[in-house]
Design a protein around this ligand. Structure first.
Ligand SMILES: *[C@@H]1O[C@H](CO)[C@@H](O)[C@H](O)[C@H]1NC(C)=O
Ligand SMILES: *[C@@H]1O[C@H](CO)[C@@H](O)[C@H](O)[C@H]1NC(C)=O
Ligand SMILES: *[C@@H]1O[C@H](CO)[C@@H](O)[C@H](O)[C@H]1NC(C)=O
Ligand SMILES: *[C@@H]1O[C@H](CO)[C@@H](O)[C@H](O)[C@H]1NC(C)=O
Ligand SMILES: *[C@@H]1O[C@H](CO)[C@@H](O)[C@H](O)[C@H]1NC(C)=O
Ligand SMILES: *[C@@H]1O[C@H](CO)[C@@H](O)[C@H](O)[C@H]1NC(C)=O
Ligand SMILES: *[C@@H]1O[C@H](CO)[C@@H](O)[C@H](O)[C@H]1NC(C)=O
Ligand SMILES: *[C@@H]1O[C@H](CO)[C@@H](O)[C@H](O)[C@H]1NC(C)=O
Ligand SMILES: *[C@@H]1O[C@H](CO)[C@@H](O)[C@H](O)[C@H]1NC(C)=O
Ligand SMILES: *[C@@H]1O[C@H](CO)[C@@H](O)[C@H](O)[C@H]1NC(C)=O
Length: 737
């Protein structure tokens, strides 16, 4: 054989061997060939050692400014805290502006919390969605009588129509959408139907085509009730104490940054602001940092005791998080448990397993919505989401309301995950407002005298779409989800230093995983049991928000938060001598390269309008000078650079670009991903790197004669420096039709 053939043959054998014996080729390659440039390789640094001329500044932190009697070293008693009226009772979108004053000396205070109220109005303009009842003409009237196990429906006063009942559940399965497709049974209705296997929902249609009736309600489970009741008795007999039934309720709203909450949920904000003198206290956590990127990366480390969240190929056939899962921990402490999702996607089943052992689970209802009711929750879908006469989130809230009512005399642990804001315009979020504010108002009122209630009204992360890679404000909002902690005063009064601790922590760096020790701590309180929270080593870096104060020196690093997800890392100004365009040191070359690429990107965007002659409206831009530059070392192999520059073609135009630079090529952030800027190969400090510009914006007010013209012709007006207006008018009169 010829040598070339031999080589081909050997390669083919190797590839076949790989395919057969290596289940995860990518993992295999990564194990065999570890990345040379990575943050844990201390010998290689590919980022700028210092942004200051003539100094090597490698230490990320200064010393804590305060060691004694600062706000985090002293604790004020509940009586004193309340007497002095130190608790914040009104919250607003921009009250973060004063955090510096109140928290002098804390390491982590983000410089940007997101869009200002005014910018927010521009980026997320108000949008009206019709209510669902206008879409429900000719809808069936349906009802469940669970005591008689009967389902009835009615169409125009007549008993006919079509229905689908919840398929038989087994072992609290989280089903996948495609599995359910085989389970749905469409039936014709003519008389009351006997429910045979604990159905909790039905959808209906009068013509068999348009499915526009829905009903969903929890069914009392006597086994779970008895078990919980017995466990409560055991524990209270042991300590001789039982205060009141306690509700620990994690009300998760997907993709709601703190600022988006203020922008899009005005009624809910008003409700929270009105509770100042009620039987509840509210704490608005202003620096609540994400732990990871996605929903599961943020929530699974709270549910379980590991941060290594895996999306398995198939849902593991068990309660994957095991005894460590919050629902299991709470069950052991005498709570009835409920886990509910307003979705039917694969993330949760594939990461927490198919059979989470919560007493109630809701999710399949939404699979029916996707299958029959045109429910869509992909980020690209921006129409409002009706299931029958209500928005889809209504049903999970209504279910929760009834769940709590059914098990009133029990302790309850509830987790629900609402998806209203999971879409890319950021506008649909507002449809949650009426339903959520109503729900909360009634719920809080209902249990104010009889229960100890703690609600974490929180998001998993901010919006991860739309502008999130373009504007630094949006990028910050991704990292700063909302967390409003609502707690009964009756409970707070029993926990020493709770008001002071929570108020302090609300203004300090916290992260999602803090909710785990905090919840475990709460679980023992009905019986005055001091739950051994820190028997679990995993919880060590995190705190019980109710009685421990965040130390001023707390950093993202301490919490295990990746620098890219850290809201408090602050850019440092780069010494101006580095961007004198005539000098040619390496940093200078890098900055120029970034700006040059940016100008190419801008020019290519304004020169390719559809339907008109390429360069008819905007000028081609050239670099005049760099005005300012900032840098931030994210890791030893990844840094963030922000540059402001101006151009020869306009006196006042000021552009800003935000770029990521580094050698860590396995970081997805430095890959080419559609819709974001390209990752451009380059060389820096003798290392092969990539530059990815992820946000280009215009800083001056750019309204000019061309603004409307550009918009009308589909050109990014922000980037357009207009040609002489009269000249355009003469050459292209057509444009002005
Ligand atoms: C990082 O580099 C070190 C030293 O070369 C290596 O041992 C380690 O496996 C690398 N880690 C990754 C994730 O590639
Ligand atoms: C800190 O507070 C304690 C108790 O109030 C007081 O005794 C001590 O002098 C204070 N220390 C300083 C440095 O102010
Ligand atoms: C927040 O903005 C409002 C106007 O929108 C202003 O009246 C208020 O003083 C601002 N608050 C802070 C803390 O900056
Ligand atoms: C809301 O819950 C109540 C109480 O369980 C139930 O009667 C009602 O049918 C539910 N509404 C819908 C639309 O499912
Ligand atoms: C629940 O407890 C009650 C009262 O002790 C008992 O009558 C009932 O049979 C129990 N139910 C189940 C399902 O165990
Ligand atoms: C996590 O929980 C499991 C089950 O309770 C336990 O076996 C394991 O040691 C825990 N891991 C950590 C890191 O706490
Ligand atoms: C009732 O609760 C028990 C204990 O959580 C569970 O095993 C059982 O499947 C539940 N029954 C129904 C019908 O959901
Ligand atoms: C933060 O400060 C506390 C006490 O002031 C100290 O015990 C702790 O080690 C410090 N943590 C870090 C990460 O510096
Ligand atoms: C833009 O302005 C700079 C600084 O004034 C000058 O050096 C450069 O030659 C100009 N470029 C063009 C293309 O006019
Ligand atoms: C651009 O359009 C807006 C709204 O249509 C109008 O108010 C404004 O005057 C226009 N600006 C110019 C410069 O024509």
């Amino acid at each position: 054989m010829e040598p070339a053939k031999v080589i081909t043959f050997l390669i083919a054998i190797y590839v076949i061997w790989l395919v057969i014996y290596v289940p995860e080729p990518l993992e295999y390659f990564r194990e065999r060939f570890p990345e040379k440039y990575n943050a844990s390789n201390k010998n290689i640094r590919t980022t700028t050692p210092s942004y200051k001329k003539g100094s090597i500044d490698d230490s990320p932190n200064q010393d804590p400014l305060c060691s004694e009697n600062c706000s985090w070293s002293t604790y004020i008693s509940n009586e004193e805290f309340l007497a002095k009226n130190l608790i914040q009772k009104e919250f607003s979108i921009n009250d973060t502006d004063t955090l510096y004053e109140s928290h002098e000396g804390a390491y982590c205070i983000p410089e940007i919390f997101g869009y200002s109220a005014k910018e927010g109005e521009r980026v997320f303009p108000p949008h009206e969605y019709p209510t669902c009842d206008i879409l429900t003409e000719n809808a069936p009237i349906m009802s469940f009588d669970l005591s008689q196990n009967k389902f009835t429906m009615e169409c125009d006063g007549k008993s006919k129509g079509y229905y689908i009942l919840e398929p038989k559940r087994s072992k609290n399965s989280l089903y996948m959408k495609q599995e359910m497709t085989k389970m749905w049974e469409i039936k014709e209705y003519d008389s009351p139907v006997t429910l045979k296997h604990n159905e909790e929902f039905a959808i209906g249609s009068c013509d068999g085509k348009k499915w526009n009736g829905a009903i969903y309600m929890p069914r009392f489970n006597e086994t779970a009730y008895n078990r919980t009741k017995e466990r409560m008795k055991e524990l209270s007999d042991k300590t001789g104490v039982f205060h009141r039934p306690q509700i620990v309720f994690m009300l998760t709203i997907d993709s709601f940054s703190r600022r988006h909450f203020f922008r899009k949920l005005p009624k809910t904000v008003e409700l929270l602001n009105s509770l100042g003198n009620s039987k509840y206290s509210i704490f608005d956590f202003k620096i609540h940092n994400v732990f990871g990127a996605t929903s599961v990366e943020n929530m699974v480390p709270v549910f379980g005791n590991h941060t290594n969240v895996k999306i398995h190929d198939n849902p593991p056939l068990k309660d994957y998080l095991g005894p460590a899962a919050l629902w299991n921990k709470f069950r052991d402490m005498g709570y009835i448990t409920y886990l509910g999702f307003e979705d039917c996607d694969y993330y949760f089943p594939k990461s927490i397993g198919r059979y989470p052992q919560a007493d109630h689970i809701t999710r399949s209802f939404y699979c029916a919505g996707f299958e029959f009711m045109d429910l869509k929750m992909r980020k690209q879908n921006t129409v409002q989401r009706c299931m029958g006469e209500h928005m889809s989130h209504y049903y999970i809230l209504n279910y929760t309301k009834e769940f709590t009512n059914l098990y009133k005399d029990l302790n309850q642990w509830i987790y629900i995950h609402i998806n209203t804001a999971h879409e890319e315009t950021g506008l649909h979020a507002t449809t949650l407002d009426p339903d959520l504010s109503n729900f909360l108002k009634n719920y809080l009122r209902e249990y104010e005298d009889t229960h100890d209630v703690v609600i974490y009204l929180h998001a998993d992360h901010g919006m991860r779409y739309g502008n999130w890679f373009k504007d630094i404000e949006a990028y910050q909002e991704v990292k700063l989800p909302s967390l409003f902690l609502i707690a009964s005063n009756s409970l707070l009064d029993r926990i020493p230093y709770s008001y002071d601790s929570l108020s302090h922590n609300a203004k300090s760096l916290t992260t999602k995983i803090d909710l785990r020790p905090t919840s475990l701590f709460l679980s023992g309180l009905p019986y005055d049991i001091e739950y051994p929270v820190y028997d679990e080593p995993y919880s060590k870096p995190y705190i019980v928000l109710f009685n421990q104060k965040v130390n001023g020196n707390r950093t993202c690093y301490d919490l295990g938060i990746h620098p890219l997800h850290c809201s408090c890392l602050v850019l440092k100004e780069i010494d101006p001598s580095y961007y004198d365009l005539n000098s040619d040191n390496e940093l200078n070359v890098l900055l120029k390269r970034i700006v040059t690429e940016t100008i190419v990107a801008i020019n290519s965007e304004v020169f390719t309008p559809t339907g008109i002659i390429g360069n008819s409206i905007c000028q081609k831009l050239t670099l005049k000078s760099i005005q300012k530059a900032f840098g931030l070392q994210l890791t030893s192999v990844l840094e963030e650079i922000q540059i402001q520059f101006n151009v020869n073609e306009s006196e006042k135009a000021l552009f800003e670009v935000y770029a990521l630079v580094g050698s860590s090529q396995r970081t997805s952030i430095l890959r080419n991903i559609g819709g974001q800027g390209a990752a451009i190969p380059s060389v820096y400090l003798d290392y092969r790197i990539r530059i990815k510009t992820i946000g280009i914006s215009r800083k001056d007010a750019y309204a000019g004669p061309c603004e409307n013209l550009s918009r009308a012709n589909n050109i990014n007006a922000e980037y357009c420096i207009c040609k002489d207006f009269e000249e355009i008018k003469q050459s292209y009169p057509k444009l002005f039709d």
